[in-house]
Design a protein around this ligand. Structure first.
Ligand code: 13P
Ligand code: SF4
Length: 339
């Protein structure tokens, strides 16, 4: 029988976004999560932007491509997605028969929010000859309106899979789209969306850091604005930035992406120095407020009570699955594996 606290937490789930239940302060969440993984045949998938404790308890840590690939091949009965809503939704799109839970339903994404489906549908209808490539950071509704999905790890290959001269709409990230137009020589029509975390980096503060640390290389995510990308020594997805920091011969890096990635960078290269790039506010490093809604306690709670769960209408899921499968197929053929 449910106790009163659980019953009212369930009732309040949609308002709160997570199961707001008081837990024993002495509970060992690492141990409990491991127990639940076995008991429920559950897998914990975490993005690099999650807090270090969550990364340490995860079965798989990766970028958006790696996480989609891991979700596509898991044999677990329950997928615990420690990331944001569009990522958990992507796992559900690929796994209709599995339970997908997200620690906090309010873990959204400013980039996904910048493309409301009705407006995007109209935009698409105004350009009927265009093929639509959408960055995975979008809602299931936008995926369903797209021809192919891409991530920052495979975007170039996805674009190159289309014939030269094919008109393309790229959505929703104008910064990534602009960067890709330069790299591929295409002239894709860009939706005017952006990520609040990557847009807020301060070029002035990065330049000052470069002066103070002349030995450090600047490594940046392509969701950053063009002016910031211009000063970068290397540009790549989270996995590509991590791999570069492991294999490159420099000893110090100014890291221009969400600060969660520094945990793995430091773990993989303990003798190197990683300096988080500061945003244009009073903070020293840049956190995604959505990614950081997830906590170890919420991971435990969503596993124990199997809530909040991602539920999706079947027609929408099926329409969103096709462009996802196309992306996975092109990536497989190109030998592209996410981290
Ligand atoms: P990647 O992990 O694919 O580089 O994406 C970064 C990001 O912004 C995820 O929300
Ligand atoms: Fe969305 Fe940006 Fe946060 Fe990634 S870092 S989840 S793109 S708001």
């Amino acid at each position: 029988m449910e106790n009163f606290a659980l019953a009212s937490a369930k009732k309040n789930l949609n308002n709160a976004g997570f199961l707001d239940i008081d837990l024993d302060v002495k509970m060992d969440f690492f141990e409990e999560i491991q127990r639940l993984k076995k008991e429920k045949n559950a897998v914990v998938l975490a993005h690099y932007y999650q807090e270090p404790d969550i990364q340490d308890v995860a079965d798989y840590i990766g970028d958006s491509l790696g996480l989609a690939q891991a979700a596509a091949k898991t044999t677990a009965d329950m997928i615990v997605f420690a990331g944001v809503h569009f990522m958990a939704e992507t796992a559900k799109i690929l796994n209709p028969g599995k339970k997908v839970v997200l620690p906090d339903l309010k873990a959204g994404c400013s980039l996904a929010d910048s493309a409301p489906a009705p407006l995007f549908k109209k935009f698409k209808e105004e350009h009927p000859d265009h093929v639509v490539i959408s960055y995975i950071n979008c809602t299931a509704e936008i995926k369903a309106l797209s021809d192919i999905i891409c991530t920052s790890s495979n975007a170039e290959k996805i674009i190159e899979s289309l014939p030269e001269g094919q008109p393309i709409i790229f959505a929703p990230d104008k910064n990534l789209g602009g960067y890709l137009n330069k790299k591929t020589g295409r002239n894709m029509l860009l939706w005017n969306g952006a990520c609040m975390v990557h847009e807020i980096f301060s070029l002035e503060k990065i330049t000052r850091l470069k002066v103070r640390h002349p030995e450090a290389k600047v490594i940046a995510h392509p969701e950053c604005e063009e002016a910031v990308l211009k000063v970068a020594d290397f540009i790549g997805s989270t996995t590509q930035l991590l791999k570069y920091s492991q294999t490159d011969s420099s000893q110090a890096y100014i890291v221009v992406t969400e600060s969660g990635i520094l945990h793995q960078m430091q773990k993989e290269s303990p003798l190197k120095t990683f300096i988080p790039a500061p945003p244009d506010n009073n903070c020293a490093c840049n956190d995604c407020p959505y990614m950081k809604l997830n906590t170890l306690e919420k991971v435990y709670l969503c596993m124990e009570y199997e809530l909040p769960e991602i539920i999706m209408e079947e027609n929408l899921r099926e329409a969103a699955r096709k462009p996802m499968e196309r992306m996975l197929d092109i990536s497989r053929k190109a030998g592209l594996i996410g981290g």
